[in-house]
Design a protein around this ligand. Sequence first.
Ligand SMILES: CC[C@H](C(=O)O)C(=O)SCCNC(=O)CCNC(=O)[C@H](O)C(C)(C)COP(=O)(O)OP(=O)(O)OC[C@H]1O[C@@H](n2cnc3c(N)ncnc32)[C@H](O)[C@@H]1OP(=O)(O)O
Length: 255
Amino acid sequence: MAYLMTKEDGVLTFTINREDKHNAINSEVMEGFKEVITYVKNHDDVRFLVITGAGEKSFCSGGDLAEFHSLHTEDEAFGMLSKMGNILYELATLPVPTIALINGTAVGGGCEIATACDFRLMKRGKKAGFIQGTLAITSGWGGGTYLFERGLRHDRALKMLVDAKPYDADLLYDIGWAMRVYDGTNEEALAEFIEHMRNIHPSVHQAYKEIELRKWRERNMYGRVMEEIRLCAKLWEHDAHHEAVNNFLTKKAKK
Ligand SMILES: CC[C@H](C(=O)O)C(=O)SCCNC(=O)CCNC(=O)[C@H](O)C(C)(C)COP(=O)(O)OP(=O)(O)OC[C@H]1O[C@@H](n2cnc3c(N)ncnc32)[C@H](O)[C@@H]1OP(=O)(O)O
């Protein structure tokens, strides 16, 4: 399976399970995200939703370049991008706390998924970055819009996007993107992080989160996410993007 779902003591964990492809997101994983989001909406006993990656190398390397390389036109790209954009909007607006447990490299759409979560816990020594710019596109799943909403100083958020390179965990903590940098196991870091929140009734979490979600609705957050996705789809169609992806895929083929 390209994804795993496990639940223990109120914590639902969704693991992107494509370690050989650095946990790249393909259509099957997208369906898995839909499944886990639907599960949270239909089960009151889910206190926390955790997103993580299989293995120790990668959290998620973004969209599957091999699968999505066949998309050429703006409209073809918008079809895929908006599918994952809708999934991330549903993730970002869930009433339960969402935690990105960043076990490894989070690049491209992987960084967008982490940014769509409420909290980001990151293993020391790992990196994350919006590397879409190296492919001559912008974030295409809404991650740029969420980043500007996460309270980072504007200059730090914009630099993270336009640098288009992975930042180390300690720098991401310093600029306010990562909330914790941990040394022990993923499980230990998660347990420590939710220890006290567990004692608070879930209705309190939901009420506080609603304060933010109400603001997003009033400010047409969904419309802004779709505009971001349209911008990416327009760039997707350009030769510069297709050449960059081709270079990545042919370079791997020559390995
Ligand atoms: C779709 C749009 C979306 C958006 O934001 O809207 C995006 O996510 S755009 C960005 C897409 N992602 C990337 O450009 C990242 C590509 N991957 C890498 O930069 C590297 O693989 C990295 C840094 C994750 C790991 O580098 P490392 O040298 O350690 O490993 P390899 O590059 O040799 O990769 C091993 C193996 O995994 C395959 N792989 C890695 N990432 C992807 C991916 N995103 N899609 C498909 N396949 C991926 C790579 O091809 C190698 O496969 P192999 O069969 O072993 O040659």
